[in-house]
Design a protein around this ligand. Structure first.
Ligand SMILES: [Zn+2]
Length: 297
């Protein structure tokens, strides 16, 4: 009896060593994420205007891309399912669709201004049009597609954590931990296998120096005041500028323009600052600069 118990104990211990500690945790945590394709129509090229980490991409949103259409309009462009799955969530306020792909993997598409009214649990195939891109939920008129994949636990996807993106078009984007990774990277859909791998444009740390800071050129005037500034320069070229208009003297924002000017929105009575920072094609940013202080009577 003692012998057989010992043998049993030994067997259990060996099983735990061989299968328990090695096999079980790996099946729980190492399920492969779904293979993604770019969530845009074949042939289109979109550009990352905000990449991984920092800014609004933190926490489980860390491995997100904000994408804009390079050769056409972003607002109204179709947004496509990146993989087969089921319809899991729609949030009107941020224009957010979340698809479930099994094993706790989800893809998320935000700022959609219209959506195809699928019900929860509807079967979705890769390439299905989910809606159209827009600026829902952004502070300003800055249409872009926020796209990410995350992993969560249980039916409510709790304990969400980011999953670095890769796409069957041949793009791989590991997370190196630095700010705004892959900003400026262009992605072309529907060229499976032919696109160059890992179009890494490097991280903010690896490509100094930062762009020069914008300086005020013309404050403009009138109701639809156009504020202009001197274009920044950078080794990789300037991709564009982020804008903040608001009451916070240290405010920052996601509003993105390509040209060194912005038409201010209609502002209600109050005190405002107009703040800008430059972003270069390598993803480096200048400091935020307050160009203008405004009092609207
Ligand atoms: Zn985003």
């Amino acid at each position: 009896m003692i012998t057989s118990l010992s043998r049993l104990a030994a067997f259990v211990l060996m099983s735990a060593l061989l299968f328990g500690t090695l096999y079980v945790p790996m099946t729980l945590e190492a399920a492969a994420p779904p293979t993604l394709s770019l969530p845009i129509p074949a042939g289109e090229t979109w550009k990352v205007i905000q990449g991984y980490n920092c800014g609004t991409h933190t926490g489980y949103d860390e491995n997100a891309f904000d994408l804009v259409n390079v050769h056409g309009r972003t607002r109204g462009a179709p947004v496509l399912a990146a993989a087969d799955g089921t319809y899991w969530w729609w949030g009107a306020r941020g224009g957010t669709v979340i698809l479930s792909h099994g094993n706790g993997f989800y893809t998320m598409y935000s700022h959609l201004e219209s959506r195809v009214p699928f019900g929860k649990g509807a079967r979705i195939e890769r390439g299905t049009v989910l809606g159209t891109a827009g600026s829902a939920g952004t502070s300003y008129n800055n249409p872009h597609l926020h796209f990410e994949m995350f992993r969560g636990d249980g039916p409510s996807a709790t304990n969400r954590r980011p999953v670095p993106l890769s796409f069957m078009e041949g793009y791989t984007f590991p997370d190196h931990g630095t700010c705004n990774q892959y900003a400026g990277t262009k992605l072309t859909a529907g060229s499976s296998g032919s696109a160059p791998h890992g179009l890494s444009t490097g991280s903010a740390k690896s490509l100094p120096p930062a762009p020069t800071a914008p300086t005020l050129l013309d404050p403009g005037s009138g109701v639809h005041q156009i504020v202009r500034w001197n274009a920044s320069t950078a080794r990789s070229g300037i991709k564009g500028y982020q804008i903040y208009v608001g009451s916070d003297s240290q405010g920052t924002g996601e509003w993105f323009v390509v040209e060194p000017q912005v038409a201010l929105p209609g502002l209600s009575t109050g005190q405002y600052v107009v703040r800008v920072r430059a972003i270069d094609n390598a993803g480096n940013t200048s400091a935020w600069v307050t160009l203008l202080e405004l009092t609207v009577p």
